[in-house]
Design a protein around this ligand. Sequence first.
Ligand SMILES: Nc1nc2c(ncn2[C@@H]2O[C@H](COP(=O)(O)OP(=O)(O)OP(=O)(O)O)[C@@H](O)[C@H]2O)c(=O)[nH]1
Ligand SMILES: [Mg+2]
Length: 212
Amino acid sequence: MSCCGKDTTKERGQAILDIVDADTISSNTFNEPSLDYIFKYIIIGEFSVGKTCLLMRFQDGTFREEYESTIGVEFGTKNVQIQDTLIKLRIWDTAGSEKFRCITRGYFRGSIGAIIVYDISNRSTFEHIDEWVQELEKYNSSNYVLMIIGNKCDSSQRTVTTDEGKDKAKKLNAEFFECSAKTGENIEKAFMTLTELVLRDVSSGKISLENN
Ligand SMILES: Nc1nc2c(ncn2[C@@H]2O[C@H](COP(=O)(O)OP(=O)(O)OP(=O)(O)O)[C@@H](O)[C@H]2O)c(=O)[nH]1
Ligand SMILES: [Mg+2]
């Protein structure tokens, strides 16, 4: 598998209550001459499952032990390369808390990769996956590739088995990985697999970049 690009240009920021911001930033980034595509991804799931930590690990290779709940929406970017194709991933990290739901939904639109995260040590976060799929179907108008991530696989307090995670993903026609933002296990692999699948669907015309 091709791995991370030579150019690891990154941006990080916060966009609370400012949905227009997403489109403004996307168009600016096409000024980078060698970029072939910009892909918009969304990370969703219950609060405290580790969505922000997954993004931090993928983007910066860092991890934080303290829990700082995301307020609304944040974003990160990373340039990756699949064979000769240079892609900027613009990844929206949403708050899991119910009270931000009306804000976060606004960012689903145009996502061509969607990652639903649960915590393997917190069964109720796994049981909410279907609700997140329904939210996606309702608020994301684009075709997208779905990935389910069981995070915190370093934990000894497991309450969801790997087979349960795999079965769930299979039923949803989604890719599946167990990851650990803490140790870094499978993080790169998950994001790169998602990107390969999205690129495949973009190339075949199954996914349109019009709303991306
Ligand atoms: N053991 C372990 N802890 C993790 C892992 N990933 C995240 N955490 C911890 O879980 C807590 C929540 O992580 P966040 O990334 O802030 O969770 P979140 O899903 O972004 O939460 P919201 O923004 O509130 O929706 C933090 O205390 C992290 O240190 C992991 O892979 N393993
Ligand atoms: Mg967060």
